[in-house]
Design a protein around this ligand. Structure first.
Ligand SMILES: Cc1cc2nc3c(=O)[nH]c(=O)nc-3n(C[C@H](O)[C@H](O)[C@H](O)COP(=O)(O)OP(=O)(O)OC[C@H]3O[C@@H](n4cnc5c(N)ncnc54)[C@H](O)[C@@H]3O)c2cc1C
Length: 405
């Protein structure tokens, strides 16, 4: 296997490096405000990246994108170079990374025209209203109802674990419009403004100490029927298009490799009883094991790249990125915390905190990403049953309530 790049691509890499060096003052500044919304600096950086085609490369110019052709190797080099120096690869949130690609696949030309430009420029922030108290892994069980009334749907029900809902402008939401249809066929995918009367957002704190997600209650919320993506009752298909992009977004191997390089640096600089941590046998062993897994992830990404270049669908091999990448990021942060010893146990507010508490926050936050977008157990079920052809796991017998007894 020859992994060397042609001269053209080496030149491309040099261009990316020069761009990053010229604009260091921008990417060193925070991209988001304290509440997590894209800030002025983030929007400026995003605009520069779109102009150069380092993000939103294939989104047509009429929708505010770069309007270029896909070049998977260029994208790979861009990500590698940005991660190498720790620069933001552009704004990434549920609107940009999940909803925009869904609109490009399933939306009407009017919907694309109205929503894509302000979303990719960071002017509109979206949240994802999928999960409910009784519908997480079994998402098709969702019960939030939307009933037709004149030109509108009227929504009643509840969502939970809705990330960013407390500062979002818009939501893409799954609702049950056909209560008598089989459960996968009775769902529609709507878009609504978070200002609509009848929406009550109640923040939920996670173990980071911050409210990153929310409960969202709907009481007689009116949404014009035109704000449906895909057809009525076709929401399951549209929802899975979004999920495909969500799982692709989580567990990026470039990020894992960049984090590992930072842990290795800590281990080279810090000492324990006068011995550098990198020479400590247990920590060294953990670092090497994680490096081997991160390399395996990188080569898996190259395998997916090869499929892409040949125009082949990698199928379920894509799910391995989410499954392994999210677990790997969590374990890398755990190693950093252990390597930092007693400093690793500190949290926000301490003057001795390293890297502004990045490792502690990442360790806690990345645990959530193993669950969000479909848990690891569910990814394993899909890979084993649909990818490897193993027998389906037995379903539990229905309860008396489910039998309607
Ligand atoms: C940080 C974070 C952010 C999130 N953001 C959003 C968001 O923005 N919008 C949104 O809609 N949702 C969001 N979620 C919700 C997420 O999608 C759900 O938590 C997830 O799908 C699991 O559903 P659940 O929590 O109901 O757990 P359950 O489905 O009740 O699962 C509980 C446990 O049982 C296991 N399990 C369930 N079924 C099976 C099975 N068949 N086989 C083996 N094991 C099984 C699961 O793996 C899990 O360990 C977020 C979650 C987290 C943690």
């Amino acid at each position: 296997m020859d992994l060397s790049l042609s001269e053209n691509y080496e030149r491309y890499r040099a261009d990316v490096r020069a761009f990053l060096a010229d604009n260091e003052t921008i990417w060193r500044q925070p991209m988001t405000d304290a509440d997590g919304r894209p800030g002025e600096n983030g929007r400026r950086w995003q605009e520069l990246l779109i102009e150069r085609g380092y993000t939103c490369k294939t989104i047509p110019t009429e929708y505010g994108g770069h309007g270029g052709r896909a070049d998977i190797l260029e994208s790979f080099i861009t990500a590698e170079e940005f991660h190498r120096v720790g620069a933001s690869t552009g704004l990434a949130n549920q609107g940009i990374s999940m909803f925009v690609p869904t609109l490009l696949e399933c939306g009407t030309p009017e919907q694309r025209e109205r929503w894509i430009r302000p979303t990719i420029r960071g002017e509109i922030v979206w949240c994802q209203g999928y999960s409910e108290p009784g519908a997480g892994s079994d998402l098709a069980n969702l019960q939030t109802r939307a009933v037709e009334d004149g030109d509108d749907f009227v929504i009643n029900g509840q969502k939970i674990w809705t990330s960013s809902a407390h500062f979002s402008d818009m939501m893409f939401v799954l609702v049950r419009t056909e209560p008598n249809a089989p459960k996968h066929q009775g769902i529609s995918y709507l878009i609504l403004s978070m200002d609509t009367p009848g929406i009550d957002v109640r923040p939920l704190k996670t173990m980071t100490g911050r409210a990153e997600f929310n409960e969202v209650f709907f009481t007689d919320v009116r949404v014009p029927q035109s704000q449906i993506v895909g057809g009525r009752g076709e929401g399951w298909k549209v929802a899975n298009t979004t999920l495909k992009h969500e799982r692709g977004m989580l567990g990026d191997p470039g990020q894992a490799n960049a984090m590992l390089a930072r842990v290795a640096k800590i281990m080279e600089e810090e000492t324990l009883n006068g011995v550098r941590l990198i020479e400590h046998p247990i920590l060294q062993d953990r670092l090497l094991r994680l490096q081997a897994r991160a390399h395996a992830m990188k080569f898996h990404a190259l395998r997916l790249l090869t499929h892409g270049l040949k125009g082949e669908d990698p199928g379920l091999a894509r799910l391995i990125v989410k499954l392994n990448g999210t677990i790997l990021n969590h374990e890398i942060a755990a190693l950093a915390i252990d390597a930092l010893g007693e400093i690793g146990a500190l949290y926000e507010g301490s003057p001795h905190l390293r890297d502004k508490g990045f490792w502690q926050t990442t360790h806690m936050f990345s645990l959530g990403l193993i669950i969000g977008g479909g848990t690891s157990q569910i990814q394993k079920n899909i890979i084993s049953e649909h990818g490897l052809g193993m027998p389906r796991e037995p379903k539990p017998a229905p309860t008396a309530v489910q039998r309607g007894a």
